[in-house]
Design a protein around this ligand. Structure first.
Ligand code: ASP
Length: 427
């Protein structure tokens, strides 16, 4: 028999949790005493990983940015495009969650361990990013400080001669790989974790808990469409004169692959082909901008984190200050650099965004049950952002050679379809 996919299992965990929660509606104490600990254990396992995972993966991510200096101007343009559009995406996410209010109507009390951090002003938030003592930041789990220090380390390492930097980078590559392995193991327990956390929530709140989740899906999908139309299509039109319709038609093979595989890394070969054949972007630009994008550019993921962070704040009745929203934008934008372009990578990074403003990690499990549905949309946006960056940077460098407006030949089209099919069957 074919092995069941993890996503299916998580979904079953969610459904079973809702069913058991409904049965226990009259007896929430039983749910809290006997079932909740399973969920708490799962959350503790995730917490265990946060600091080493973000620290090592960001050092490695930043080391790949370090290569930018070899490409000078092109590197600068690419990085600026990625960071600006990502920051914009989180802002859209926060904005939509403020309008949709997906968390309204569902109230979960904050448990003893997680409380919102004391509010600080935006200026202090910025000043605090630079750790006076980086080890203290690491020990205390101060996310922005850890991110800042890791970025410095990664970029510092790449400015050394290779023989000096390589042992350091290799060590953290290895740490990051180990952390991903452990993440994989912990995620395999997610169906039970989701079950353990959803039962007490449904036992106390009833089936009404599902409506907010549908609203989260709505907010993320609407946000993704806005990000594509307002940010990517508009910049592509502005810099390269390509009409939004032609842009959307051209990106289809890569977007469809991303949607079905939920992995920007897995989509990379199709992205490279798509950008060269449908838009005529040169090899030089495509081979730099796209792999870098698959590693560090996650507009869709950040947008999703904005929506989810606010949703969780609403559910737990926590009012976020302006400064905390600023922290979310910063953490999600920089955290994207360390997010693995694999299915579910963004869910792990969501824990970092939540931690940065002291939101309860228990909120993660509400999201975990529907995460794959969100992952499909956000991965497509991540990949579309990479493609848009290639076109924008390519046009500004006069590195687009394909006669604009020329349609791909039917043979190329058929080949791409075959590629999409084979990539899809890997998922
Ligand atoms: N699946 C996403 C990607 O590969 C990452 C995420 O989970 O947000 O781009």
């Amino acid at each position: 028999m074919k092995k069941m996919k993890l996503t299916t299992k998580i979904f079953i965990g969610l459904a079973a949790g809702v069913a058991v929660g409904l049965l226990l509606q009259g007896a929430p104490d039983i749910a809290n005493t006997y079932i909740k600990p399973i969920g708490t254990l799962f959350i503790n396992l995730i917490k265990m990983l946060i600091v080493p995972l973000v620290f090592s993966s960001l050092i490695v991510g930043a080391a790949s940015i370090g290569d930018i200096k070899t490409l000078g101007r092109i590197g600068g343009k690419t990085l600026s495009y990625y960071l600006l559009t990502t920051a914009f995406a989180v802002t859209i996410g926060l904005f939509l969650a403020t309008i949709f209010m997906p968390g309204a109507g569902l109230t979960i009390p904050v448990s003893g361990t997680s409380k919102a951090v004391a509010s600080v002003s935006l200026v202090d938030t910025f000043l605090n990013i630079i750790p006076q003592n980086p080890l203290k930041g690491l020990v205390e789990g101060n996310m922005l400080q850890i991110i800042a220090f890791a970025l410095f380390l990664g970029m510092g390492a790449t400015s050394l001669p290779e023989n000096k930097a390589q042992p350091f980078i290799s060590f953290f590559e290895s740490v990051a790989e180990i952390m991903y392995k452990i993440t994989g193991f912990i995620m395999s327990l997610a169906p039970y974790g989701v079950f353990g956390l959803i039962v007490p929530v449904v036992a106390s709140n009833g089936a009404a808990v599902l409506i907010p989740l549908i609203k989260v899906i709505g907010a993320v999908y609407v946000g993704c469409i806005i990000q594509m139309a307002l940010v990517y299509a508009v910049t592509v039109k502005g810099f390269a004169g390509i009409s939004p319709l032609r842009f959307m038609k051209g990106i289809l093979p890569a977007a469809a692959t991303a949607f079905s595989t939920s992995s920007s890394s897995g989509t990379l070969p199709v992205s490279i082909r798509t950008i060269k054949e449908n838009f005529g972007v040169s090899d030089k630009i495509a081979s730099f901008v796209l792999p870098l994008g698959a590693t560090i550019n996650m507009g869709g993921t950040s947008l999703y984190q904005g929506v989810c962070a606010l949703f969780i704040a609403q559910v737990y009745g926590i009012d976020l200050t302006f400064a905390q929203m600023g922290t979310i934008i910063l953490t999600a934008t920089l955290g994207a650099i360390g997010t693995a372009g694999v299915p579910g990578g963004g869910l792990i990074m969501l824990s970092i965004v939540l931690t940065s403003v002291g939101l309860p990690l228990e909120g993660l499990t509400l999201i975990a049950g529907i995460d794959r549905i969100l992952d499909m949309a956000r991965t497509s946006i991540n990949v579309i952002g990479d493609l848009a960056a290639s076109i924008v940077v390519g046009a500004s460098e006069k590195e687009i050679q394909y006669p604009q407006g020329q349609e791909q030949t039917s043979e190329q089209g058929r080949e791409q379809e075959r590629e999409v099919e084979s990539a899809t069957s890997l998922s």
